[in-house]
Design a binder for this molecule. Structure first.
Ligand SMILES: C[S@@+](CC[C@H](N)C(=O)[O-])C[C@H]1O[C@@H](n2cnc3c(N)ncnc32)[C@H](O)[C@@H]1O
Length: 214
């Protein structure tokens, strides 16, 4: 996709997700909450870690993340109305109104990055992953997930006017993230659960120069 087209996708997604804020701001069914719990647990969060929730929406993951006592929770989203709801519910969370592809945080400043139920919406996935890899500390984890699974996402592609792509296979993810210094350590592609965890390798620091010049 050309850069101009990616910008148009972001403009469209921002407008549509702003319109959909009330649709998303409803309680999740218990079985979805149970799978979201599995997703957050897969990050193996330790007390005091720094967490970034990308495409946080109305902040569905935030209470589950708080359970692990992170030092700070950062969230980013394209849609400002989603972030407003997060600020009302969780004033302690730091919000960034940004596309994950363009978000600027310090290099190696984050321990865990979640992309839940939003990876398919990203227009420029290579740059989004590159940016995430740069923000992660060595040993940090990138979690890409969907609590309804691949078939649900593929169904949405047919029925929704949002930009949505199918979720990657394990091999596709490995090929995407290995050059960024990340290794896929968990991959589950099951009925009603998609979960990929990639860990930043300890010796990945020397890739920073490439990220900055990509
Ligand atoms: C389906 S909602 C999911 C929200 C939340 N993660 C959850 O699990 O309920 C997707 C969210 O991702 C946001 N989003 C989509 N593309 C994005 C991007 N490139 N950068 C940041 N946020 C994005 C949308 O604005 C929307 O709020």
């Amino acid at each position: 996709m050309q850069p101009e087209e990616q910008k148009q996708v972001a403009v469209h997604q921002r407008r549509r997700f702003n319109e959909l804020v009330d649709v998303f701001d409803t309680p999740q069914p218990p079985d979805v909450m149970e799978r979201l719990g599995q997703i957050v647990s897969a990050a193996r969060l330790r007390r005091g870690e720094v967490v970034l929730d990308v495409g946080t929406g109305v902040g569905v993951l935030i209470p589950l993340i708080k359970f692990y006592h992170p030092s700070v929770i950062l969230v980013c989203d394209l849609a400002e109305k989603m972030l407003q709801r997060v600020r009302e519910k969780y004033p302690e969370v730091r919000t960034y109104h940004a596309d994950i592809t363009l978000l600027t945080l310090d290099a190696a400043s984050v321990d865990v990055i979640f992309m839940n139920a939003m990876y398919g919406n990203i227009a420029d996935k290579p740059h989004a992953c590159q940016n995430a890899a740069q923000m992660l500390r060595p040993g940090g984890r990138l979690v890409v997930s969907h609590p309804e699974g691949r078939a649900f996402v593929d169904q949405l592609r047919v029925t929704s006017d949002l930009f949505i792509e199918s979720l990657p296979t394990r091999e596709e993810f490995q090929d995407l993230v290995r050059p960024l210094g990340l290794e896929v350590v968990t991959y589950r592609d099951e009925h009603q659960l998609y979960l990929m965890v990639a860990r930043k390798m300890r010796n990945a620091g020397n890739l920073d120069f490439e990220f900055q010049n990509a």
